[in-house]
Design a protein around this ligand. Structure first.
Ligand SMILES: [Cu+2]
Length: 437
């Protein structure tokens, strides 16, 4: 049914029919702005003198972040403080909007009403609970803490009704899309609940949708922000006993291709070239695993070099915990034994050791790292990367129980290059450039 609204937030791949009533004598701008307000597109409607739309002011990002942080539990999960949000009726983002929305009617899902009854056929119903999960910092997205490749297809039967209760426990919106079916969005309109193919669910909301299983074959249900989908936020519904799809000659290869998306490994690197030498790290990550190798190579002949490599698996839905195994090599010329703060001795001149350890991400994204190596030595370390000091300045620091420490600043010049400087207890003071990938 048509409804009046001044403003609407449209999720990725969501569609609406909009009726615009035009006066005869003027040309009006219809403006669509990305939610982050960085870009917009416009369509001019009507003929006559141009009437531009009002540009939306910049978002107040930090107000939004403060509010989100206030609603976050210590473990990083979200706390709705008993508000039981659904259907976009409470837009938590309004704290970021600089414009006055007092008299503005913003469309929400509770306002949508079908012109016809949309009741599902009288059939047995099955209920599924999908908790949208993920880690904002590592940018991995899952459902019930499982990526697509970590789950089996969900078998459904032709003739039954499927009801999905969606909860969004993440800090981002997810426009969830079902292929091949229209679903009813349960929104308080009873028999006239609207039919949709996408429901854009905001953080901490619970929405219920249902559809009649009337097709055959496999159908994907996924977040339509495609890089969320590719990191694993999806499920495959599969009709039991359906005939093979003649358009897919090799279904097993097709499925492997879908699974390959969230198994993909990506490379991240930070390489510092400074007057005292080079230090840096390479990371190979996927949804669960991280392989990291770090190095410090001193230019001064007595500085020597040291490398440390870890392979670990992130545990839990929010992935704060990372048990790992690793190894390290150090070589340092002409130096006697050193003691750590626990009193155990180590000859730094040549050292090869294997280790096991545990990394835990503390509040403020400080990494706590405890490890034990094959020489019986324990090391405890705290570090943090990329503390935003200003919009371009980043602070890094590290301190550990081997009495090593480091502090540095990085000024972001371009996406890949920064001017950097740091002081390191092994390598001393240096300045130069850092490449980030
Ligand atoms: Cu998403």
């Amino acid at each position: 049914m048509p409804i009046d609204a001044d403003r609407m937030l449209i999720g990725v791949s969501e569609t609406y029919d909009v009726i615009v009533t035009m006066p005869n004598d003027k040309s009006y701008e219809f403006l669509a702005t990305a939610e982050d307000r960085t870009k917009s597109a416009s369509l001019w409607l009507g003929n006559g003198d141009s009437v531009p739309a009002t540009r939306l002011p910049r978002l107040k990002y930090f107000d939004g972040m403060k509010m989100m942080n206030g609603m976050m539990n210590m473990d990083g999960s979200m706390n709705d403080m008993g508000m039981k949000m659904s259907l976009q009726q409470m837009d938590m983002n309004t704290v970021m909007y600089a414009e006055n929305l007092d008299k503005t009617v913003t469309l929400n899902y509770a306002m949508l009403r079908s012109p016809e009854k949309t009741m599902l056929p009288d059939a047995p119903a099955r209920e599924l609970h999908f908790n949208l999960s993920g880690n904002m910092n590592r940018y991995v997205w899952t459902i019930n803490n499982r990526a697509v490749s970590e789950t089996d297809k969900i078998l459904i039967k032709k003739g039954e009704n499927i009801r999905i209760i969606l909860y969004n426990g993440t800090m981002m919106r997810h426009p969830m899309h079902l292929h091949g079916h229209f679903f009813r969005l349960i929104n308080g309109q009873g028999e006239y609940s609207p039919l949709k193919t996408v429901v854009d669910i905001m953080p901490m909301e619970t929405d219920t949708l249902e559809f009649a299983a009337t097709e055959s074959g496999d159908w994907f249900f996924h977040c339509h922000i495609l890089y969320h989908m590719m990191s694993g936020m999806g499920r495959i519904f599969s009709y039991e006993n359906s005939r093979a799809n003649p358009e897919i000659p090799d279904p097993a290869a097709g499925l492997r291709k879908i699974y390959a998306d969230d198994r993909k490994i990506h490379l991240a690197a930070k390489i510092g070239l400074e007057t005292n030498g080079s230090d840096g790290e390479l990371n190979f990550n996927n949804t669960r695993y991280r392989f990291q190798t770090e190095w410090r190579i001193g230019l001064n002949n007595t500085d020597g070099y040291e490398t440390e490599s870890h392979i670990g698996r992130y545990i839990g839905a929010i992935q704060w915990l990372l048990p790992y195994v690793g190894w390290d090599f150090r070589h340092k010329k002409g130096d006697a034994a050193e003691r750590n703060i626990f009193g155990s001795e180590s000859s730094l001149t040549d050292r090869r050791a294997f280790c096991i350890g545990l990394e835990y991400t503390l509040p403020m994204l400080i990494t706590a790292d405890a490890r034990l190596d094959t020489k019986g030595r324990i090391r405890f370390q705290l570090s943090r990367e990329d503390v935003p000091v200003s919009s371009r300045m980043r602070l890094n620091f590290m301190v550990n129980s081997d009495k090593e420490y480091m502090a540095g600043l990085r000024y972001v010049l371009t996406k890949y290059i920064s001017a950097s400087t740091h002081y390191d207890s092994d390598m001393g003071y240096g300045a130069g450039i850092t490449f980030t990938y």
